[in-house]
Design a binder for this molecule. Structure first.
Ligand code: A3P
Length: 334
């Protein structure tokens, strides 16, 4: 049965020991809540986010299942929304000195998941409009102030979805790179996690924000119900036509490009946010956050179909079947 995401932290602390627990999923143990596996720190802060995040009509929330193109979407949306203040070709464009995750923060966590929700929410209040924030929360756990069906909701949501096999492979590489930032125990767990074990966990939905297909489906359905408020993007399509993506994104965010801009600014944004360009920036080659997560961990191959180099045909078949069964009848099959 659905549970209430707005219960206070103290009540959540009481509830946590009774929630299903998964500890084989480094870097952090996860609890299942409302059908999704999330770290304790995120669950504990849910109520504060629901109570204290005050969405503005101009807010843009970038949502994703982890390893589905979040970093790219953050860069594209940030560069697009702020192009008047910070021209994409300009040397002072913040993306040239800050990682996209610093330019666009996650609303439910900092990268280390060790934040204090109150100070994070205060920081968001101070951001200039249009604010762009990220989230890995499933749609069902977003505050009503964003996802409510009535007039109470404000802001717009852009979701990026990716082939689950690629998201899985990307996640495994990522977790091995960043887990040392979560302590020696987490690192040992991550380094000893083999592909087969991790794959089983993914198939059971027992990884951060999983099950992936359920995460995708909820946003997909929301995009059908509320097309003006929820835009659904696909990583693979973005790769095929980044320029069309940026135009669509700008229009959806309420800041469509003029004819003149289409001649140059769109290309500049695409170039600035390309994997090659971002990966080679000094901040992303040598920088990292305070907890020790290296920025370079967010940039790897950036391709479609890398799963073929890692999963056996049987593994692919198994995951395809799980996803197909779960999505049947939803209109997401192509
Ligand atoms: P791979 O590991 O398959 O290369 P997320 O940003 O959600 O954590 O997803 C990470 C994935 O997006 C990684 O995929 C990464 O290489 C890719 N990525 C990061 N920046 C990108 C960019 N600017 N363009 C395209 N893909 C990008």
């Amino acid at each position: 049965a659905p549970v209430d995401a707005t219960i206070p932290a103290s009540r959540m602390a009481e509830l946590l020991p009774s929630l299903p627990l998964e500890t084989r999923c480094p870097p952090l143990p996860l609890n299942r809540y409302n059908g999704f596996w999330l770290p304790e720190a995120v669950l504990t802060d849910l109520a504060a986010i629901h109570a204290r995040l005050r969405p503005r009509p101009s807010d843009i929330f970038l949502a994703s299942f982890p390893k589905s193109g979040t970093t790219w979407l953050k860069a594209l949306a940030f560069a697009t929304a702020n192009r008047a203040r910070h021209p994409p070709s300009g040397t002072s464009q913040p993306l040239r000195r800050m990682n996209p995750h610093e330019c666009v923060r996650f609303m439910e966590m900092d990268p280390e998941l060790r934040h204090d929700a109150d100070s994070l929410l205060e920081e968001f209040e101070e951001l200039e409009s249009p604010r762009v924030l990220g989230t890995h929360l499933p749609y069902c756990l977003l505050p009503d102030s964003i996802a409510g069906e009535g007039a109470v909701a404000a802001g717009r949501v852009v979701y990026v979805c990716r082939n689950p096999k690629d998201a899985f492979v990307s996640g495994l590489f990522f977790v091995k790179k960043v887990s040392s930032a979560y302590g020696a125990g987490a690192d040992a767990g991550a380094q000893s996690l083999n592909l087969e074990e991790a794959f089983e966990l993914f198939c059971e939905g027992r990884l951060f924000a999983g099950p992936q297909w359920k995460h995708v489906l909820q946003y997909w359905e929301a995009s059908l119900r509320r097309p003006k408020q929820v835009l659904f993007l696909e990583y693979e399509r973005m790769l095929r036509d980044p320029k069309a993506t940026v135009k669509k994104l700008a229009e959806f965010m309420g800041c469509g490009f003029s004819k003149e801009e289409e001649g140059g600014v769109v290309d500049e944004i695409v170039k600035l946010c390309s994997l090659k360009e971002l990966k080679n920036m000094e901040v992303n080659r040598s920088g990292g956050n305070q907890a020790g997560v290296r920025n370079e961990a967010y940039f790897r191959k950036g391709s479609s179909g890398d799963w073929r180099n890692h999963l056996t045909p049987d593994m692919a078949k198994k995951l395809d079947k799980i996803v197909e069964d779960a999505l049947q009848g939803s209109g997401t099959e192509r």
